[in-house]
Design a protein around this ligand. Sequence first.
Ligand code: NZQ
Ligand code: ZN
Length: 395
Amino acid sequence: MNNFEYCVPTRVIFGRDTHKNIGELIAGYGFKKILVQFGGGSVKESGLLDQVEDSLKSHGIEYVLLGGVRPNPGLGLALEGINLCRKENIEFILAVGGGSVIDSAKCMADGVLNPDVDPWDYFMKKAVPDKALPHGNILTLSASGSETSLSCVITKEEEGLKRGFNSPTHRPLFAVLNPELTFTVNKFQTGCGTVDIMMHTLERYLGGPTKDTPLTDRIAEGLLTSVMEAGEKADKNPEDYEARATLMWAGSLSHDGLTGLGRDYLMQVHQLEHELSGLYPDIAHGAGLSALFCSWARYVCKDAPMRFAQLAVRVFNQEMDFENPVYTALKGIDRLEEYFKSLDMPVSLRELNSGITQEDFLLMADKCSSKGEKTLTGIHELGREDMIEIYRMAY
Ligand code: NZQ
Ligand code: ZN
C-alpha cells in the first residue's frame, strides 16, 4: 500500500427533505449575500429553485441567480459568473444541480478571489489556486461525485478542449444530498450516472500496478456490487428511494478518494473520454465512458490479468481459471459490457454518435498525448498510437 493523505472536509447532509433547510444552513455560516447557480431548467420544472429561494428569503439571505450551465460546462459562463460575483460582492456560491453546475461553481469560486490569474491557466497546469470563495451544493443527479470531490472539469468552447484539475479549493463546504431530488432524472441520465459512479471506482481499482490494498479492494468491490444493483432498480423504478439513496451516497464515495486509497492510478479512460465530450459537447460524460471502457479494458488487461480476474471473480461471479487468468479477466469484461447494455447504455462509439470519424481519433489522440509528447501512465502506459487503437476498437 502506498502512503496517502485522506481529507474530505465537506459536510454531508443526507436524506429526505434536507434541502428545505438551506437558508438556515447558509445563515449558520454567516453568509449574507450569495450566488445561486443552476443549469438548463430542471430545477425550475421540479420546483426546487422556488423552494431554495423561499428558504433563503425566510432567513434574510440576499441572492443573485445565475442559470444556464449546460452539460459539459463551458468556460464562458463561468467567466461571466466571476465578474458577477465581484460586482455583487458575493460571499458564497450555492450550486443547485448535477456535476456540470457544481463544476461551473467551482471554477467561479477559484476565479473570484484570484483576479490576476486567467482561470484557464489552472486547467492548463500553469497556475495553482491558493484560495477560493466558499461554495456548497444541493445535488440533483448522482454521477460525477463533484459534490465532495477535489476535481473540477471545464470545456474551453472555442478550442473544444475539456480539461480538469484537482485542488483542495474544490472541496465544497457542504453537500446537501436528498435522493428524492433525483426521482426526476430520466432513464438515460440515470444510466450515465450509474456508469460514471462505477468508473470512478473501477479506474482506481484497475488503474495502476500497486499491490497489497486488500481493504481498499474490498471497499471498491462492495461499492461496485451495490451500485450495479441500485442502478438496475432505479432504471426500472425511478422513485425507488433506497436505490436512489445508494446511488447518491456511492457517487460521493466513489470519487472522494476512498476507493483508491493507497493505490496509484491516472484514470486513463476518463482522459480519453474528456477528449470525446470536449470535441462533441453533446456527448454525456457517462455515455462516453460506457462506449470506451470495455475496449480500453480488453486492450490493457493482458498487462495485469490477475487484477482484472479478481474483479471478474469477486464482482461478476466468474470462476477463476488459474491456467488462464486472461480468460477470466475477459469474461469479467464481457459481463460488465452486458450490464451496460442492460441499462441501454452505448458500448461503442458508433452507437454514441455515428458522425464520429477516423480523423477524430487522430485529433483526440493528438490532444490527449500533446501530439505524441505525453503518455498516460497506468498498468499499460498509453502513448498516442495506443490511444488511436483504443478509439478504433471502441468504434
Ligand atoms: O441542466 P438541467 O436542466 O439541470 O438538466 C440536467 C442536464 O441536462 C439534468 N438533470 C440534473 N438533475 C436533474 C436533471 N434532470 C431531471 N431531474 C434532475 N434532478 O441532467 C443533465 C446532465 O447534467 P450534468 O450536470 O451535466 O450531469 P453530471 O452530473 O453527470 O455531470 C457531468 C459533468 O461532470 C464532469 C463531467 O465531465 C461532465 O462535465 N465530471 C466532473 C467530475 C468532478 N468534478 O469531480 C468528475 C467526473 O468524472 C466528471 O468528469
Ligand atoms: Zn467521471
